[in-house]
Design a binder for this molecule. Structure first.
Ligand code: DAH
Length: 334
């Protein structure tokens, strides 16, 4: 067989083998058989051409190159084609199908609760302010009429921070109540006052299902010309009813707090038995004096409610530790 027809046969054979290869593996076999560097049929062809008379070589060499280029190009094209079944599937993708839902992050249930509290109290005309969690004794105790020998000031009942004491030169503690913010507000603005303050408080309690070393309170303060205990009860009832729904009852029990006179413990019932939700009372004249207000001119009420209590009641959470365990299965429910 002369070289020219050998080249033509080679070209036909390789092109049809490439076209017939149904998979990438089959195509690779074709490549080895025809174009393999060591033993491929192209190689044999090359040897054959080496033997043609020198005067025929340019022409035959050109034919050879054309056939080789055609084979190379067909091979690459087919390689691409076989490697693209995914692209075909993508073309068949139905863009009208609904997307797979992505789980979204959410605010922590207590953050949600506090946001809702602020919003509700905002509707009653209470603006929301924040105070520091690291406090001095004036704001946590003294201005609140809590004397030096009061058991609530015991160092074992509070988180005093030695480093903060060194830095400021006075005893500093993590606030044990949000009542601190009452003092901060009244120091800064003249009456009338109508504010709530929500945030964390810290106490070295033994942790169990209803106690934690860190929990949240909502402090409320209303000061004006003629603020009464009846208004206090109404505000608390309206607040709780707005948060939980109809059927909320509020009950006051006589109590004692150094910063209120008279003082009450506040209980709430909703759907079933009574639950203590916080303390309240009429702001003690000593507190008004401590911030430079005139107790002869203004009166006011104050209250401090446990945020967790409300959230747990509404969502039937039976263990306060759930809020800080970071169990996503729990957090997702809110
Ligand atoms: N600060 C009190 C506590 O942590 C709660 C409280 C009681 C706040 C009476 C008040 C109040 O504003 O008037 O237990």
């Amino acid at each position: 067989m002369d070289a020219i027809s050998a080249i033509r046969d080679f070209e036909q054979a390789v092109l049809s083998a490439i076209a017939d290869a149904a998979t990438s593996d089959a195509l690779e076999q074709v490549r080895i058989e025809f174009l393999g560097k060591k033993k491929g049929r192209l190689r044999e062809l090359q040897d054959l051409i080496g033997k043609v008379p020198p005067e025929d070589r340019p022409k035959i060499g050109q034919q050879f190159n054309t056939a080789k280029t055609a084979a190379d190009q067909a091979l690459s094209a087919r390689q691409l084609e076989l490697a693209q079944p995914k692209k075909k599937a993508a073309q068949e993708f139905d863009i009208t199908l609904p997307g797979a839902p992505l789980p979204l992050g959410k605010l922590h249930p207590l953050t949600q609760t506090m946001n809702e509290f602020k919003e509700i109290m905002g509707r009653f005309g209470f603006s929301s302010i924040e105070g520091p969690e690291l406090e001095d004794e004036r704001h946590n105790f003294e201005a609140l009429n809590i004397p030096h020998d009061h058991p609530a000031r015991d160092t074992l009942e509070n988180f005093y921070l030695a480093a903060a004491c060194v830095a400021t030169g006075e005893p500093m503690l993590m606030r044990s109540q949000t009542s601190t913010v009452q003092i901060r507000v009244m120091e800064q603005q003249p009456p009338p006052v109508r504010v709530v303050s929500l945030g964390r408080v810290y106490r070295p309690d033994t942790i169990d299902a209803t106690h934690s070393c860190m929990f949240h309170q909502m402090e409320g303060l209303m000061i004006g010309d003629d603020v009464t205990m009846a208004q206090l009860k109404t505000v608390l009832r309206l607040f709780a009813t707005t948060y939980l729904g109809q059927g909320v009852h509020i009950r006051f029990r006589p109590s004692f707090f150094p910063f209120t006179e008279p003082s009450v413990e506040v209980d709430m019932s909703w759907k079933d038995g009574w639950l203590e939700i916080g303390g309240a009372g009429m702001v003690d004249p000593n507190v008004l004096e401590a911030v430079g207000y005139d107790p002869e001119q203004v009166t006011g009420f104050a209250f401090g409610l446990g945020v967790e209590r409300f959230c747990m009641r509404r969502y039937q959470v039976n263990d306060i530790r759930r809020f800080t365990e970071n169990d996503v299965r729990f957090l997702r429910q809110f």
